[in-house]
Write a protein that binds this ligand. Structure first.
Ligand SMILES: *[C@@H]1O[C@H](CO)[C@@H](O)[C@H](O)[C@H]1NC(C)=O
Ligand SMILES: *[C@@H]1O[C@H](CO)[C@@H](O)[C@H](O)[C@H]1NC(C)=O
Length: 504
């Protein structure tokens, strides 16, 4: 996450329209008819946890959520809606990586492999690419202890930071994926500058293979018209000159037959001062590839290295979700029949709270795939979890008939830039789940949304205090993404000036 502070010059915002009441907004989200302009995306399901750049994994029927913040706090819950129990921090104190920011690591990415848990994290100085990615491990996610294994890569300064592609990237926002086809692990990183990079990890997953000259590929690059987009363009080490190319927070994911590269695009935070123009705030985007190494393309066929990226989730015009990002995916399993997209976002339903860094919330949605392209499902699908067993049984007949009539996913060759791979037949569970989704989503979504005003249960935890120093103490202005204020933002002819770029 890279915090960019945009201050608009003499931009007058009108916030005279109250945020839509939750119930009306739910109606809009599920398209049942409402005076509120229909929302483009379903509302976020509330996890009831304040968090930033979350990493959530499921292990032994529990959920573990990790957040940016001093020593990397983490939490446990038996389901995604909480309540979340504070388990402590990954690091005992500061990261052992000796650079500025070690007291406040960001953007953890946690995974389990061979009965060891890995927590990759970032250490960085605000507004720079003076950054490192480190990793900590533990055999016991519940009780620890974690061992800080230190630095994997560095940019700006530090070991091999002058070598390509460290010399052109920003070593934050780690994501690690083990290629299920051959067991090779890869680290992806990047934020602004030349965006997202990927290199193979060594067998112990704690070092990049051939660190001085890694076999790195550029996975995403937000090209801009009218400027020199060459990779090797040397930006000042301390600041990207114009705050552009706001691509970061990548997350690699595999779901046969596709490799997905999720990322966040836009301004991550610092909304309390002023909102960026509509559409310039965080949104969650994706591209896919038949190879973990790319090229990744979006739904229109645009390469992610040429500015592509299909938006899967973004701010809602109903004013309940603003700037979702820092996302990850939890895969479906026998108990949870849908993949889950989780992220942090700002709640804007309340005019006086929600936009500050510390107020970012963990949200999630179930996702479904059409022809291999993910989209967010409204509400809670009836067959989403094991706790819905009764519903599953009740819908079994229709689901089973759907299973027999369901067509297999279209083969991958719909994508002209990639080699076709055979699509596997859908599993019975996935098919049944899909069949029940359409009917169940609307009804169950309402009860989830009723908790929309519930505040985080972890408000006094270190997670929320960690960023206090970075927060503007002033209360957020009453600039709301109500339909009216969005229109005002949209139509404003006034130029936005970037007066400051800092990293949170
Ligand atoms: C989540 O877990 C809590 C605590 O066990 C429980 O009270 C709550 O009903 C659960 N919610 C869901 C949606 O399963
Ligand atoms: C809105 O914010 C105010 C001030 O922080 C708080 O007292 C109130 O409970 C909030 N209302 C809702 C619905 O969250």
């Amino acid at each position: 996450m890279f915090l960019t502070s945009f201050l608009a010059l003499s931009l007058t915002l009108i916030s005279s329209v109250n945020a839509a009441p939750a119930v009306a907004a739910v109606g809009a989200a599920v398209g049942v008819g409402s005076p509120v302009q229909a929302s483009r995306y379903p509302i976020a399901l509330q996890a009831n946890l304040q968090i930033h750049d979350p990493s959530v994994i499921r292990f032994n029927d529990n959920y573990y959520a990790f957040t940016s913040g001093a020593s990397l706090p983490y939490f446990k819950a038996s389901n995604m809606s909480g309540p979340w129990e504070y388990l402590g921090t990954v690091l005992k104190g500061d990261s052992i990586i000796p650079r500025i920011g070690r007291d406040d690591p960001w953007a953890p990415n946690v995974m389990e492999y061979n009965r060891l848990f890995y927590c990759y994290y970032s250490v960085s100085r605000d507004g720079t690419r003076e950054s490192s990615i480190g990793v900590a491990t533990t055999p016991d996610i519940e009780h620890g202890p974690w061992t800080d294994q230190g630095e994997i890569i560095a940019t700006g300064s530090g070991l091999f930071s002058g070598n390509y592609p460290y010399s052109t990237s920003n070593a934050i926002d780690p994501s690690v994926l083990i290629d299920p086809k051959d067991g090779q692990a890869y680290l992806a990183w990047g934020s602004y500058w030349t965006n997202i990079w990927q290199a193979p990890l060594g067998p112990h997953l704690m070092r990049v293979e051939n660190r001085p000259a890694p076999d790195a590929v550029n996975l995403a690059y937000d090209i801009l018209p009218g400027v020199d987009n060459a990779f090797l363009q040397t930006y000042p080490a301390n600041r990207e000159p114009d705050g552009t190319r706001p691509v970061e927070g990548s997350f690699m994911y595999y779901r046969a037959p596709w490799y997905y590269l999720w990322f966040s695009h836009g301004q991550c935070c610092n909304f309390e001062a002023e909102l960026p123009p509509q559409g310039d705030e965080y949104s969650i985007r994706v591209g896919r590839s038949t190879s973990i190494r790319g090229p990744y393309v979006d739904q229109t066929g645009q390469k992610l290295t040429e500015g592509g990226g299909t938006i899967v989730y973004g701010s809602n015009s109903n004013g309940q979700v603003y700037a979702p990002g820092g996302q990850g995916i939890m895969s479906a399993d026998e108990n949870n029949h849908f993949d889950i997209l989780y992220y942090h976002y700002s709640i804007a339903v309340n005019q006086s709270v929600g936009l500050n860094y510390d107020q970012a919330q963990l949200g999630y949605n179930y996702i479904d795939y059409v022809d291999g392209w993910p989209s967010v499902v409204p509400g809670v699908p009836a067959t989403a979890t094991k706790t819905m067993t009764a519903v599953v049984m009740a819908t079994e007949t229709s689901a089973q008939s759907a299973k027999h009539t369901a067509t297999a996913p279209k083969p991958a060759n719909a994508d002209p830039t990639t080699t076709a791979a055979p699509a596997p037949a859908p599993t019975a569970a996935a098919t049944a789940a899909s069949a029940a989704t359409a009917n169940a989503g609307a009804a169950t979504g309402a009860s989830e949304a009723a908790t929309a005003t519930a505040r985080a249960s972890a408000g006094s935890d270190p997670a929320t205090g960690a960023k206090a120093a970075k927060d503007n103490a002033a209360p957020a202005k009453s600039i709301l993404q109500t339909p009216m204020s969005i229109i005002v933002l949209c139509m404003s002819p006034l130029p936005m000036a970037i007066t400051e770029i800092i990293v949170c």
